[in-house]
Design a protein. Structure first.
Length: 240
């Protein structure tokens, strides 16, 4: 259900002429929208951004080399917003949706794995999520910048796709970085809202998986993780 909500809250970021520059998603029911700073720059500045054909207001605009995100507001919006969280685990499955492909005018979905989080030199050594997509046909493209990273395990959005990697998938800015750079983020959302807990299973076990963040270890760890979860047990991952 939450993934359907995320898709409904994700929109194209376009110019006044209708050219799509990236993607964004609503983080509050009052029209606050999260996207990448470089998407806003590509549109010609926040004054040129159009969402559903409408102008936006600027709340925060970062720098593409330091904190590549922007918060915009669509006036008059009274709708849903995505569920957000800071926490995630390497090897969690992620889902996303991005705009810009002519063969998917309603947005193209992406399915993959959150492999790890590491500092990236092109982002002033900010810690970035590394994402691996499952299929070549789902390779992240330029218009996907600003797309939500939805953690299928926690049912929360935990990051923003900021750059693509043709060999692996993408890099994403974690929301914890957004919170560090923009301390008033909590004004726009209830980031500490918790999902209801499932009843404990007395027959379940906790299994620890230690692996390197590269193949063949990565692929084997993902296989074991999914099999352990499918059997009703808890898998805890440690990356060397």
């Amino acid at each position: 259900m939450n993934w359907e909500l995320v898709k409904a809250c994700t929109v194209a970021i376009a110019t006044p002429e209708g050219y799509i520059q990236g993607t964004g998603f609503f983080i509050s029911p009052n029209g606050h929208l999260l996207t990448c700073a470089h998407v806003v720059d590509s549109a010609g500045g926040w004054e040129e951004v159009r969402v559903n054909g409408q102008r936006v207001e600027l709340v925060y605009l970062g720098d593409r080399t330091r904190d590549d995100f922007a918060i915009l507001q669509l006036s008059g919006y009274q709708g849903a917003s995505v569920p957000l969280a800071f926490n995630f685990q390497p090897m969690d499955r992620f889902l996303s949706i991005g705009y810009g492909r002519t063969d998917f005018p309603q947005g193209a979905s992406i399915d993959g794995t959150i492999t790890d989080i590491n500092p990236q030199s092109e982002f002033s050594n900010l810690p970035m999520l590394r994402l691996r997509v499952k299929a070549n046909s789902q390779q992240v493209q330029g218009g996907y910048s600003g797309s939500p990273v939805f953690d299928a395990e926690t049912q929360r959005v935990i990051g923003i796709i900021a750059a693509y990697d043709n060999t692996e998938g993408a890099l994403a800015l974690p929301l914890v970085t957004v919170q560090q750079k923009c301390s008033n983020l909590s004004i726009f959302l209830d980031i500490n809202h918790n999902l209801p807990l499932l009843p404990p299973n007395s027959d379940s076990a906790k299994v620890f998986i230690s692996y390197r963040s590269q193949d063949p270890d990565l692929s084997l760890a993902q296989y074991f993780y999914e099999a352990i979860k499918a059997a009703g047990h808890e898998a805890v991952r440690f990356v060397d």
